[in-house]
Design a protein around this ligand. Structure first.
Ligand SMILES: Nc1ncnc2c1ncn2[C@@H]1O[C@H](COP(=O)(O)OP(=O)(O)OP(=O)(O)O)[C@@H](O)[C@H]1O
Ligand SMILES: [Mg+2]
Length: 256
């Protein structure tokens, strides 16, 4: 049986100076190996939820369990080593080559140089960047989509059990974005790790997630498989979301 990777129990968080909770009484359970997407409009609490998983934020109330352990009792640095984190701004170090960027954490962990070299080559191949061509370049010598691939490779370098993605493809053109979505599905299939992926794009959320969390106003409105959400939206907001996607599709269909 698969383990429970992430569990939120009655989790709320209110930022200083805010008059309401950024996330409000979240209860959710994510199994090991799932690909969970979190969908919701700007400001609904997606990033706050994600950052509580790797302890960049602490909840005010409630508990977060990571593989059964209360995250409050876990050391933040140690925890983050086991949780890859990919964000839209990528955040590669500009003065380091691609190879050095990806090798950062394995170096801290004092891996043998030969093992690191092989790992970097393997990871670059996995994200479809030819190692010989790219590993000695600097981030500024790569396109945005290529930098995002390196960001993904770097996050995978320490072989984390959990991967968090915060709108990683938000600034990428539609064609490249579709390609990256297909690749991330393949990588998830190959690695069978737990992925939690934030997006405000309904098509992306329903394409990638085996289950989708729909949020609004700091709350989870529905957490279910794409089929179930489409067939039985649990809330008028969810219904509106799905209707907007259908309307958009119809628009394209009209001219095809
Ligand atoms: N560090 C912070 N300090 C104060 N308020 C914050 C902070 N981070 C987020 N908030 C507030 O908490 C709420 C949720 O923000 P969050 O960043 O989680 O939203 P989001 O769903 O990720 O939005 P977006 O799609 O725009 O990234 C917002 O009202 C936001 O203004
Ligand atoms: Mg956000």
């Amino acid at each position: 049986m698969k383990a429970t990777a992430i569990e939120f129990q009655n989790v709320s968080k209110c930022f200083d100076n805010a008059n309401k909770n950024a996330v409000n009484n979240l209860n959710l359970t994510i199994q090991e190996g799932e690909f969970i997407t979190i969908l919701g409009s700007s400001g609904c609490g997606k990033t706050t939820l994600l950052k509580m998983i790797n302890k960049l934020y602490e909840p005010d109330t409630g508990e977060i369990l990571i593989f059964g352990k209360n995250s409050q009792q876990l050391d933040a640095v140690e925890l983050r080593r086991g949780i890859g984190y990919v964000i839209q701004q990528v955040g590669l170090f500009p003065h380091m080559t691609i190879q050095q960027n990806i090798a950062l954490l394995p170096k801290i962990l004092k891996w043998e140089p030969a093992r690191i070299e092989k790992l970097v080559d393997d990871l670059l191949t996995m994200v479809e960047l030819a190692p010989a061509e790219y590993k000695n370049r600097f981030p500024s010598q790569l396109s945005g989509g290529q930098q995002q691939r390196v960001g993904l490779a770097r996050a995978l370098a320490a072989d984390p059990a959990i991967m968090l993605f915060d709108e990683p493809f938000g600034a990428i053109d539609a064609i490249t974005r579709t390609m990256l979505q297909d690749e991330i599905l393949r990588i998830h299939y190959e690695l069978q790790k737990t992925f939690v992926f934030v997006t405000h794009d309904i098509n992306e959320a329903f394409k990638l997630g085996n289950r989708v969390i729909v949020m609004n106003g700091g709350q989870v409105l529905q957490f279910d498989t794409p089929e179930k959400i489409i067939q039985q939206p649990a809330d008028p907001f969810v219904e509106k979301l799905i209707q907007s996607a259908i309307t958009q599709q119809e628009f394209w269909g009209r001219y095809k």
